[in-house]
Design a protein. Structure first.
Length: 232
């Protein structure tokens, strides 16, 4: 039985295609300036690290890369917050509040994002999603656990806070490496969605207890108890 659902934000509640190019350019500009290198050098590094200018389920988090590179997290937060705007997001393609509320009626919800808190709040407000539906919002600018922020370490903190085994937790997002795999490696389950509208099918499948049976209908379901120990 799922007792806690961890949601990603970007690409999960809205179509990442709306902002993926502008987000990439913002991160390139910041990284090149911080490291005092050319844009071409920054782009080459991003490519090696799997930070992409296009939408991909295998894309990696620029924020986690920045923190692991020794960049001051406060500098990145300040830059991101001062340059971010949710206005390019097409709300017609985004997840409606009533759908998120449907998930909240089934389990406790938490948001986990690499974006700074102010950017998350601006996005939720733009989309019309009630922040109070989430018991927790964990992100790069508020993480207080041990070591540097990463989604894996943050998920560990969430499990500890709620006293839950990984088997009782479900992670939902649009990127396998950052949103799904961390919880799978702990024995929890994950759902990789193709697009925000896929969440409607996911909600119905959870209600009907048919997640595995409906696998492929806009999402991929991963059973962490089956995959644990087999991940490479």
């Amino acid at each position: 039985m799922v007792r806690l659902i961890i949601f990603d934000v970007d690409g999960t509640f809205y179509d990442l295609e709306d902002v993926v190019q502008s987000n990439y350019e913002l991160r390139i500009d910041f990284f090149a300036a911080e490291k005092n290198i050319t844009r071409k050098a920054a782009e080459d590094i991003f490519s090696r690290e799997g930070i992409l200018r296009y939408k991909s389920e295998n894309a990696r988090s620029a924020t986690e890369f920045f923190l692991n590179s020794g960049i001051d997290p406060e500098a990145w937060t300040a830059y991101c917050e001062s340059h971010f705007s949710p206005a390019p997001i097409d709300r017609k393609k985004a997840v409606p509040n009533e759908l998120v509320k449907g998930f909240a009626e089934l389990a406790t919800l938490a948001l986990l994002s690499s974006s700074p808190l102010n950017c998350i709040d601006s996005t939720l407000e733009w989309l019309g999603i009630d922040r109070s539906l989430f018991a927790d919002v964990i992100c790069s600018s508020t993480y207080s656990g041990e070591g540097r922020f990463s989604k894996r370490s943050a998920i560990g903190s969430i499990l500890e806070k709620y006293g839950l085994p990984a088997e009782a937790v479900l992670s939902i997002g649009d990127r396998y490496e950052s949103d799904i795999r961390p919880l799978l490696e702990m024995g929890g389950d994950g759902i990789l969605i193709e697009r925000p509208s896929s969440l409607r099918a996911v909600l119905q499948a959870i209600k009907d207890d048919t997640l595995e049976a409906q696998n492929g209908h806009g999402y991929k379901y991963y059973n962490g108890r089956t995959l644990r120990g087999k991940l490479i």
